[in-house]
Design a protein around this ligand. Structure first.
Ligand SMILES: *Cc1c(COP(=O)(O)O)cnc(C)c1O
Length: 410
């Protein structure tokens, strides 16, 4: 679909972003084509969006032309990752092109059934770092609290595919939450609690507030964080009531999962504006995906769009080796190439950190193009973003320190 570019500078204002206009157009056309009987009120209700999720092949075939690759896996039985797309997000998918970026991230293909070398159910060993069901305590001062296994839309490369969508019959009850909260109360070193899942923002305001209130009461918990894709796949969820509630629990940060500039619609822009206006610092997490966002050009458009929405690019993840994800994984050099194409060429705060979440539970390890070139006596050689070498006078010569050990004099 062609870009709809606004004609005049005079129209620059709230809606001046070309990405926005492209997507707005797409949503409007889609609604007219598929959901013409649905009122604005219903469409804009997050409850309606959740109730009307697309979860079966026959529902999907009403909105787009399925390829054999897609049809066969949706017809097949087996323990695959659940399938669900909100009608809103379905509107952003190209109905005719199975290779369309967003389409590939949410519609399964037969490759999902392949297990490749290096892949496993729980590559990050989260279950092992879980002292209590529903909590991962890997780092010294912060924990990951899995508050639900439900998402409105499931990403095909989900890092928690082993547990989402009620695959293990797990129950996320207040009793279970209470046990996690008691654990956090008992560990004074925990100063940062990250709510994740599943998607915490699919919980009702009441349940979410129940959690935030209890966590806020713990004196040593300084920062609360929510990890979510809801503002992107279900922006209708970001209601004034929700943001009014959230702002009572500051400091509250939010990590939002973005994948591609096509996601930056008018709706998403409004959702992020509400969150940012509520004083919530927004940051993005993006998974590097082959054929979806693995180019400097796409990534640059994404990060530029994000900072326009007051979202600070945070992490770019190498795709975790969960089972059936090989068709999404890029070689590491791709990620490095993208980082090299961003750093120095755009605002420093628009550049995310590229990380591998180390298999086996090592945590997130930053992967960067080398900037320390070498040392000669008291002079350190460093390389800038254009690969030009500069010298820095550093009299405190590091002898035998780990950091300098791999620096050869050049
Ligand atoms: C990512 C992650 C965190 C948070 O890490 P930050 O680098 O502080 O954002 C905490 N716990 C676990 C298990 C994680 O995977």
């Amino acid at each position: 679909m062609a870009l709809v570019v606004l004609p005049e500078a005079g129209m620059r204002g709230d809606e001046s972003n070309t990405v926005t206009d492209w997507s707005c157009d797409r949503v409007r056309t889609f609604r007219r084509r598929v959901y013409s009987y649905v009122s604005d009120r219903e469409w804009n209700s997050w409850r309606w969006q959740i109730r009307n999720r697309i979860t079966t092949l026959s529902q999907l075939e009403k909105i787009l032309c399925c390829a054999d690759q897609e049809r066969s896996v949706l017809l097949g039985k087996g323990k695959r990752l659940p399938f669900s797309i909100t009608p809103y997000y379905a509107a952003l998918l190209d109905p005719h092109d199975p290779a369309h970026a967003l389409r590939r991230t949410v519609i399964p293909v037969a490759d999902e059934n392949l297990q490749s070398e290096g892949e496993s159910e729980d590559p990050l060993n989260e279950d092992e770092d879980s002292p209590i069901v529903g909590l991962v305590h890997r780092y010294p001062d912060r924990v990951l609290f899995l508050v639900t296994d439900f998402c409105s839309t499931y990403c095909r490369y989900c890092t928690r595919s082993r547990m989402v969508g009620n695959r293990n019959g797990q129950k996320f009850t207040k009793e279970r939450w209470s046990r996690v909260i008691e654990y956090i109360e008992g560990k004074r070193e925990i100063r940062d609690v990250l709510l994740s899942g599943g998607d915490p923002l699919t919980l009702s305001d009441e349940k979410l507030e129940w959690l935030l209130l209890r966590l806020r009461r713990i004196p040593h918990v300084e920062v609360l964080r929510v990890g979510t894709k809801v503002p992107v796949v279900l922006p209708q969820r970001i209601t004034p009531n929700l943001t009014r509630m959230l702002k009572r629990y500051h400091p509250l940060w939010m990590s939002i999962h973005f994948t591609h500039p096509d996601e930056l619609t008018h709706e998403v822009k409004c959702a992020c504006a509400r969150l940012a206006d509520a004083g919530i610092p927004l940051q993005s997490q993006t998974v590097l995906l082959s054929g979806v966002n693995d180019s400097v050009e796409i990534m640059r458009r994404l990060v530029h769009g994000l900072v326009m929405m007051r979202v600070r690019p945070y992490y770019l993840y190498q795709c975790d080796p969960i089972i059936g994800s090989a068709h999404f994984r890029t070689p590491i050099y791709k990620g490095l190439e993208i980082m090299k194409g961003l750093r120095g060429y755009t605002s420093g705060f628009a550049v995310p950190l590229y990380v591998i979440d180390a298999p086996g539970g090592g945590g997130k390890v930053p992967i960067m193009p080398d900037s320390l070139v070498g040392r000669e006596g008291k002079t350190l050689a460093i390389k800038n973003y254009e690969d030009r070498i500069f010298h820095y006078y550093d009299p405190c010569e590091a002898v035998n320190t780990e950091i300098m050990i791999n620096c050869t004099v050049q």
